[in-house]
Design a protein around this ligand. Structure first.
Ligand code: IVH
Length: 670
């Protein structure tokens, strides 16, 4: 008896602690313990409940994922209908709304509004009886929705139990279920890898996840929730008198609310807020499609009332659409620096995400197949923020009889060389190498670019002109350019020509790493080039290295090693490298470092989580320059773990092994 009593006390204690951690994490956004500690507590609870099933309660944090219902979702009639919002597509429509509000309230002073992001997810209503979540429903048509209680229970940020000792008999919290962008990206990435259909946008993904009959699938989708209003509330709960305070009441009861709330007096302030919300849009971790403006005073809301299904006290100011429909007119193949033939969709121009779009990349032929796209199809184009436009899906029901398949390219559209597809690769490439004018042009652009030879003033457009006019044919021709050839070009004068000649001359003083990078060897980026330079310390040694030796260099695997061998085996490339060296390109000798320069020699580091002040590749290089070894996994041989934000299993393992853990500020000190 007393043992059981003890266990019961512990189980209850665990529930309180776990619920507290949940609240700190999801509602206050201030986690108090690492995930590992949270997991440990939850595991302890689950194991105690397993041994003593009689102690399990419905609101236990272990009971989020239940079993499938036998049939589909039952219907639920909303006691208070779930309203929709009128839209304001432009400023003028909001000003008219503001005027209607002021007229109806007979106000001469500015109205006090609360501005909230318009979350792009699904509205749900959560019913709590005596503090316990008993039912959750979709909005449906506003009057009748679907019972999705089992799925809603899997959303970690939704309390199964209100955080109060004195719960109201009845309270309905309403808000939006949505999928955070990182979850959405990961889900679609996995879908692509497994050649499954991807979700067009986070809202569809959230809807698809919430309407799963199996709650264990919903649980895996990591949905999120923000509360924005209340439905039925029993009289024993004293409601605040304005909307903002009601949101705070919801927060106190355990619901997450958005931190992007802005009070605004009158239409000028609302319009300013709309602009800043729009600027913030791209940096938010979830999708919003506008801003909802609500009259803050509940008394004023009541006086204003409703028209049909929408309140007269709120309006949704919409952002320009990020998705539009248009027609795929044709597909061309663009040749990249390494010969990759990238299919590019030529579209009937369409205004989306604030610009007119007439091209969109289709990435590669695997993507074309996955989309099942044909020329003539009606497609959905998405342009979010500054991201390049994407074709998200095809509306097959609108496919015309004349629709044509997109043929795999068999030859390069520029040089007519054979197009080849390497096994296991999605990319089809032009086999022409530097015979291909497109590849040559791209190679020259890469050579001149900032991180390569850094030829000031030689941008992509100028390279195109030089190649088109046949002033240069190969990279090494750059060093043969004459002042008068450049000065005679349109919009170039004596001065710009001289500047460019000087810049080309100056670029000859470089480093071995930059020179190796500038050659544009496939998959040899800046970091690999640096590693190669530090390892071989001379071009001759690099040229003489075979595949096996190359593979002993950090960061160089069998594929990269083969790319390097192939590059230098080509006669054209050999001639080109010789020509470049003969033109006078040179670099200082690389000194062997002494132990004094290698304070981290013999130490093994692991980097995990998201770093903000430095790129992962740069962090690694910095450590390696000091002599450290940087490994990908934590073991007992690890000396130091650098843990960035959202560090997960590696951090836990390092903690378990008692390894020294530092944060990214360490890089400021070395
Ligand atoms: S309030 C009486 N606030 O927009 C007002 N709705 O077009 C009811 N939505 O069905 C809604 N963010 O799914 C409100 N901050 C927000 C919202 C929001 C998104 C959605 C909600 C609603 C739809 C109406």
């Amino acid at each position: 008896m007393s043992v059981n009593q003890n266990i019961q006390t512990r189980v209850e204690e665990l529930r309180v602690v776990i619920n507290d951690h949940n609240y700190q994490y999801y509602v206050l956004d201030e986690p108090q313990v690492p995930d590992s500690e949270y997991d440990r507590l939850l595991r302890e609870l689950i194991s105690l409940e397993k041994e003593h099933p009689e102690l399990i309660t419905e609101d236990s944090p272990s009971q989020r994922v239940g079993s499938k219902p036998d049939s589909g979702f039952a219907e639920i009639t909303h006691e208070v209908p779930m309203l929709s919002l009128d839209n304001a597509m432009e400023e003028g429509e909001f000003i008219a709304f503001n005027k209607r509000v002021m007229d109806k309230l007979r106000l001469t002073k500015d109205v006090h509004f609360l501005c909230e992001p318009k979350l792009d997810g699904l509205a749900v209503s959560l019913r709590y009886e005596n503090g316990l979540l008993v039912q959750a429903a979709t909005r449906g048509d506003g009057s009748v929705g679907e019972n999705i209680t089992l799925n809603i229970r899997t959303i970690q940020s939704i309390p199964l139990k209100l955080r109060t000792d004195n719960p109201p008999t009845l309270l309905e919290a309403r808000g939006e279920v949505f999928m955070p962008l990182d979850v959405f990206d990961k889900l679609n990435q996995e879908a692509k890898e497994q050649a499954r259909k991807v979700f067009a946008n986070p809202r569809n993904a959230a809807a698809g996840s919430l309407r799963q009959l199996d709650p264990s699938i919903t649980a895996k989708r990591k949905l999120a929730f923000y509360a924005y209003s209340m439905g039925v509330v029993s009289d024993d709960f004293v409601l605040a008198e304005n909307h903002l305070d009601r949101l705070k009441q919801l927060q106190q009861l355990g619901f997450p609310i958005t931190s992007e709330l802005v009070s605004a007096n009158g239409s000028d302030e609302v319009i300013k807020t709309f602009e800043s919300m729009q600027n913030k849009r791209a940096s938010l971790p979830f999708e919003i499609d506008g801003m909802v403006v609500k009259v803050n005073s509940i008394a004023q809301q009541e006086e204003l009332g409703f028209v049909s299904r929408a309140p007269r006290w709120a309006i949704a100011m919409k952002f320009p659409a990020q998705e539009e429909m248009t027609q795929l007119l044709d597909v061309d193949f663009q040749v990249g620096r390494t010969g990759a033939l990238t299919p590019v969709a030529r579209l009937e121009p369409v205004f989306v995400g604030g610009v007119t779009v007439s091209n969109a990349t289709l990435h590669n032929m695997d993507e074309v197949e996955r989309l099942g796209i044909k020329i003539g199809d009606t497609v959905i184009i998405r342009r979010a923020g500054d991201v390049i436009p994407q074709v998200v899906s095809v509306i097959e029901s609108r496919r015309p009889n004349t629709a044509k398949s997109i043929p795999y390219p068999t030859t390069c559209p520029v040089c007519d060389s054979k197009a080849v597809k390497a096994e296991g690769e999605a990319v089809i490439r032009c086999s022409g190498g530097l015979i291909c004018e497109a590849q040559r042009t791209q190679a020259i652009k890469h050579f001149a670019s900032r991180k390569a030879m850094d030829i000031d003033g030689l941008g992509d457009k100028l390279v195109d002109i030089f190649v088109e006019l046949k002033l240069i044919n190969r990279i090494s021709d750059l060093f043969k350019l004459k002042h008068e050839q450049i000065a005679n070009l349109e919009r170039m004068g004596d001065k710009s020509a001289q500047n460019l000649i000087d810049a080309i001359l100056a670029s000859k003083e470089t480093t071995l790493a930059k020179f190796v990078y500038s050659l544009g060897i496939r998959e040899v980026g800046e970091v690999t080039a640096k590693n190669l330079a530090n390892h071989f310390r001379s071009l001759e040694a690099l040229l003489a290295a075979d595949k096996e030796i190359l593979e002993s260099v950090d960061d160089v695997g069998p594929i990269v090693a083969q790319n390097i061998v192939d590059f230098f085996a080509s006669e054209i490339n050999q001639k080109e490298v010789n020509a470049l060296i003969e033109s006078g390109i040179n670099w200082p000798a690389i000194e062997l470092k002494s132990d004094a320069d290698l304070p981290l020699k013999g130490k093994t580091f692991v980097i995990t989580g998201t770093l903000h002040s430095i790129k992962r590749s740069e962090a690694k290089l910095l450590l390696e320059e000091k002599g450290a070894k940087v490994s990908g996994s934590v073991s007992k041989n690890t000396d130091v773990l650098i843990a960035g934000e959202k560090a997960g299993s590696k951090l836990k393992k390092a903690q378990d092994l008692g390894i020294k853990i530092l944060d990214e500020s360490y890089f400021d000190s070395i």
